[in-house]
Design a binder for this molecule. Structure first.
Ligand code: XUL
Length: 551
């Protein structure tokens, strides 16, 4: 221990961050010595592979209707147990874990009955978790963010509060199908008895925090802003939206607490089951707010692009500017500021569909990007393999312009260019002039994809040093909250030093290729408008663009 350091007493403390994402559960432990942090442990469990008995595909249950997408809260509980036992068996001195926090896929909801409160407090550490939790659920499944089945409910809620603009102004987003409020409204209408027997509606984040703490945990403003229910400026439930959503809902919602709130301690269940200490459980948040911290975005001006199951572009905002076009969201940030975010559902989903179609490895995929020119000679793919969030597309359909569906390399370039151009177009509302992008998520490992990103945006791209930015963000939030709870708060700049991108990974934009994309962008926009049924045939514009490329 360094006695001269004011943080000396903290030496060797461990902070555990968990990330329950769509497809996997990740655990990441940081070890903190003074104000230095290093990653001491990292592991992931893929739901489909580790728990085949749930029959999930990419983390979701088999679908009855294409637009209804649900997963299993019991699976998430079982994954939590398996992972915490793995952490305990990892050789780490888990007695040094001072605090645990988490991140979870946003918007998903878990419905618990009145028996949950007692059941959480009296879990039997001699038995597995899943069977003890099953009877506390008033709904066996959880709708997740890929669900797009609630357009009717979105309209009803918006109308009841005075229109889409009013809802966006108060909650940070117009009504979105995947947001929790519309999902709750649909459940209340379709299964009134199930809704009536629901005592608490958790987000995935607060559900898992409750399992850890052995008591109902609060939601943080970051995750709560993905519900269409919270008054963003006041970080409290907005009665007009709550009343417009479902009868008696206010009493079923968790408390909203600042994201650094201590929600309890690791319960006796986990102390016995996994030998964990009674560490502080810090309120969990959504994966996007956690990633904001995990990629070190604690000042305005830079953005991050996360290439995960969904692709998201987000950045910290001091003021809650709202997207007039209605596709973006404003969430609360774990720092107490705001964050702007635009989400694209056809992220890795679309890249993998193109990859699978040609039986490509990731090396083949990268090679295809290397051998094809910027602008793809005016060949365009609009990659709506799944219903798309941005722009809103209910019926999935892939559109090709001048693109032969059998041309493997051109299709690879087309999907990557489409995603990057779409992000550039639909992030303009944030009003941030983008000169630096922090890239994260699984596909950020691919240098060729990041080069297209740099060239489209005309911005430098740096890769996060730690791949699992949401789990890292959760671990860093645990550290931040633990220090604050001890009365020795640390600035976010210190907490996120480890999350700053590696300068050696910097990818510079190429001026010539950026010029190509500046010209391509309005042409792509015209293709998108045409695919949406909102614009004329873009063929002439594409021909002109392609003609200029070969000159
Ligand atoms: C954000 C969104 C997704 C999920 C899953 O609004 O729907 O990013 O959080 O990652």
């Amino acid at each position: 221990m360094n006695p001269s350091s004011p943080q000396g007493l903290r030496r060797g403390r461990l902070y555990l961050g968990l990330d329950s994402s769509t497809q996997s559960l990740t655990a990441l432990v940081i070890e903190v010595d003074g104000t230095d942090a290093r990653v001491a442990f990292e592991a992931s469990l893929n739901f489909d592979e580790a728990f085949p008995q749930y029959d999930t595909n990419h983390g979701v249950l088999p679908r009855t209707y294409p637009d209804e997408v649900v997963s299993s809260p019991i699976l998430w509980a079982e994954a939590l147990e398996t992972m915490l036992i793995r952490v305990a068996d990892s050789g780490l001195d888990t007695s040094r874990i001072a605090a645990v926090s988490g991140s979870a896929q946003q918007h998903g909801s878990v419905y618990m009955n009145a028996s949950a409160e007692r059941a959480l407090a009296t879990l039997d550490g001699g038995r597995p978790l899943a069977p003890q939790i099953a009877s506390t659920l008033s709904r066996a499944v959880s709708p997740v963010w890929l669900d797009s089945s609630t357009s009717v409910q979105c309209r009803e809620i918006a109308t009841a509060v005075g229109g889409a603009d009013v809802l966006a102004l108060h909650t940070g987003s117009r009504a979105f199908e995947r947001f929790t409020g519309p999902q709750i409204r649909k459940f209340a209408a379709q299964d009134p008895a199930g809704y009536a027997s629901t005592a608490r509606i958790h987000l995935v984040s607060s559900y898992l925090a409750s399992l850890l703490a052995g008591q109902h945990a609060p939601v943080d403003p970051g995750d709560a802003s993905g519900m269409n229910l919270m008054d963003l400026a006041g970080s409290r439930w907005w009665p007009a939206a709550v009343d417009a959503t479902a009868p008696g809902l206010m009493a079923k919602l968790p408390a909203i607490a600042p994201s650094w709130t201590v929600a309890g301690t690791v319960s006796s269940y986990w102390q016995r089951r996994a030998g964990l200490p009674a560490a502080r459980v810090i309120t969990w948040s959504g994966d996007n707010p956690c990633s904001l911290i995990g990629v070190g975005l604690v000042r305005e001006g830079r953005v991050a692009i996360s290439l995960g199951t969904s692709d998201t572009i987000f950045g910290l905002m001091k003021e809650p500017r709202v997207d007039a076009a209605g596709t973006g969201h404003v969430f609360a940030s774990p720092t107490g500021d705001y964050m702007g975010l635009t989400c694209f559902s056809n992220g890795s989903l679309a890249r993998e569909r193109v990859q699978d179609a040609f039986d490509f490895t990731w090396t083949d995929f990268s090679r295809a990007l290397e051998i094809t020119p910027a602008g793809n000679q005016g060949r365009v793919l609009i990659p709506w393999f799944e219903p798309e969030i941005t722009p809103t597309v209910a019926e999935p359909r892939v559109h090709r312009y001048r693109l032969n569906p059998d041309d493997a390399s051109a299709n690879v370039r087309a999907v990557v260019e489409a995603q990057q151009m779409s992000m550039a177009l639909h992030a303009q509302w944030m009003g941030v002039s983008i000169d630096t992008i922090h890239a994260t998520g699984g596909a950020a490992a691919n240098t060729q994809i990041l080069q297209v990103m740099a060239d489209v945006f005309g911005a430098e791209v740096s890769r996060s040093t730690v791949g699992n930015s949401a789990a890292l963000g959760a671990a860093l939030r645990a550290w931040h909250a633990d220090a604050a709870a001890d009365g020795t708060p640390l600035p976010w700049s210190t907490i996120t030093a480890i999350a700053q991108p590696n300068p050696a990974s910097r990818i510079a934009p190429n001026a010539r290729r950026h010029a190509v994309y500046r010209e391509f962008l309005p042409v792509y926009e015209a293709c998108e408008a045409h695919a949406l049924g909102l614009g004329p045939d873009p063929a002439p514009a594409l021909e002109r663009f392609a003609g200029r490329q070969v000159q």
